[in-house]
Design a protein around this ligand. Structure first.
Ligand code: ATP
Ligand code: MG
Length: 339
C-alpha cells in the first residue's frame, strides 16, 4: 500500500508591489497619546504604501481583563477610534482577532516549537507578574506566541509597533527561525517599524504610557479630561521653584511639544531661562493636543453613534483576512504532518 502525500497548497503571496504589514492593538482601554505617536500614526501612513492588516487583539486583552461587557464595549470603541484617527477600511483590513480563529490554531502549533524558557525570560511577562500578582494566568506566558501567530499567519514582513514590543518581535523572529528549520521555509522573519516617538512616557514621567498603568493622555476623551491628565504630568523633578531653570531634555512635557507645533525650541528656551513655568508649558500642551485631535474626536463620536457601521467594517475585515489565514494554515498543517 502506498501512502499518497498531497502536494503543499500554494501560499497566498503578497503582491510584490505592495508588501504586507500587520499590527495589533489591545482593546484594553482608551487609545492614548503613546499609542498614536508610537504606532497608530504609522498604521495610517503605511496603509497607502503596503497591504496593511490591522487587528484589535481581544484574545490578548483577556490576559488582563475579565469583564465580558467591558471587553465588548472597548473592542467597538477601539475600532471606532482607529477609523476616526485615519484608518480607511476600504484601504486596509481592520478586524477583531477572535473573529479569525486560525490565529489560535497557529498559536498552538507554534507553541510546540517554542521553548518555555524563551517565554519565561520575556520582559513583559516579568512585568505583568509584578503588576497583576493575583492573575498570573497561562495566557500571559503564551502571549508572545499568539502575537507571533498573529503576524506570521499573514506572512507580514513589517510590523509597525512601539519600542516596548521589541522583545516580542525578536521572539517572533526566533520562533519563525525555529519553525523554518524544523519544517522548511514557511514564514518570513518580521521586522519592526518605529515612528519618531518609539517610547512615549506616561504622565508619571517614568514608565511608558500604558492603558493598563493608568498614566495616559486619552486623545479622544473630552477636552476637560485631557486637561486634567496633562496638568497632572510630572515635569523636571529638579525644578522646584518657579525661578529655577528647567531642563527640557528630561522633561516629558517639553519632549511632547516636539510633536505639536514647530516652535518647541522657543518653548524649551523659555523653560531653560525660567521665562515660563511648568504650568504654562503644560497648559499650552493640553490645548494643542485637544486642538490636534478635535476632528478625530468628532468623527469618533459620530462612529460610536452608529455601532452597526462599526460592526460591518469589522465583519468585512474578518472576511478579507479569511483566505490569507486559511491558506497559511493549510500550508502549515501540511508541513507539520497534520492530515
Ligand atoms: P496595555 O497597557 O494594555 O498593554 P498599551 O497602552 O501598551 O496597552 P497596546 O495595545 O499594548 O497598548 O499597544 C498598541 C501599540 O501601541 C503597540 O504597537 C505598542 O508598541 C504601542 N505603544 C503602546 N504604548 C506606547 C508608548 N507609550 N509609546 C510608544 N508606543 C506605544
Ligand atoms: Mg501594551
Amino acid at each position: 500500500m502506498t501512502t499518497e502525500i498531497a502536494p503543499a497548497p500554494s501560499p497566498v503571496e503578497a503582491p510584490a508591489a505592495r508588501p504586507r504589514i500587520f499590527s495589533g492593538i489591545q482593546p484594553s482601554g482608551a487609545p492614548h497619546l503613546g499609542n498614536d505617536l508610537g504606532a497608530i500614526r504609522n498604521y495610517v501612513r503605511l496603509q497607502w504604501e503596503y497591504e496593511a492588516i490591522y487587528c484589535i487583539v481581544d484574545y490578548h486583552a483577556l490576559t488582563s481583563l475579565h469583564d465580558a461587557e467591558v471587553l465588548r464595549v472597548r473592542t467597538r470603541e477601539m475600532a471606532a477610534a482607529l477609523v476616526a484617527l485615519g484608518l480607511d477600511p476600504e484601504r486596509c483590513t481592520l478586524f477583531v482577532q477572535s473573529h479569525r480563529p486560525e490565529h489560535t490554531e497557529l498559536c498552538w502549533l507554534l507553541c510546540t516549537v517554542t521553548p518555555v524558557s524563551w517565554l519565561e525570560r520575556t520582559p513583559t511577562y516579568k512585568e505583568k507578574k509584578v503588576n497583576q500578582p493575583d492573575d498570573v494566568n497561562h495566557g500571559l506566558l503564551t502571549y508572545p506566541v499568539l502575537q507571533a501567530a498573529d503576524i506570521v499567519i499573514y506572512k507580514a514582513s513589517l510590523v509597525p509597533v512601539g519600542k516596548d514590543q521589541a522583545a516580542h518581535l525578536e521572539l517572533s523572529r526566533e520562533i519563525v527561525r525555529r519553525f523554518n528549520t524544523l519544517y522548511g521555509d514557511t514564514f518570513p522573519e518580521p521586522e519592526a517599524v518605529h515612528t519618531e516617538a518609539p517610547v512615549v512616557l506616561g504622565t508619571d514621567g517614568v514608565r511608558k504610557m500604558s492603558k493598563s498603568l493608568g498614566n495616559t493622555i486619552d486623545i479622544l476623551a473630552d477636552p476637560d479630561v485631557i486637561r486634567g491628565q496633562v496638568m497632572s504630568m510630572v515635569t523636571d523633578t529638579k525644578r522646584i521653584k518657579r525661578t529655577d531653570p528647567g531642563r527640557p531634555e528630561v522633561c516629558n512635557v517639553c519632549q511632547l511639544h516636539r510633536f505639536f507645533g514647530d516652535d518647541h525650541e522657543d518653548i524649551w528656551d523659555g523653560e531653560r531661562t525660567a521665562r515660563t513655568g511648568c504650568v504654562d508649558t503644560k497648559r499650552l500642551l493640553a490645548e494643542r493636543i485637544i486642538r490636534h485631535y478635535a476632528e478625530a474626536r468628532e468623527r469618533y463620536r459620530e462612529l460610536l453613534a452608529d455601532p452597526d457601521r462599526i460592526d460591518r467594517i469589522l465583519a468585512d475585515g474578518a472576511e478579507r483576512a479569511r483566505p490569507i489565514a486559511q491558506a497559511t494554515m493549510a500550508e502549515v498543517r501540511h508541513h507539520m504532518g497534520l492530515r
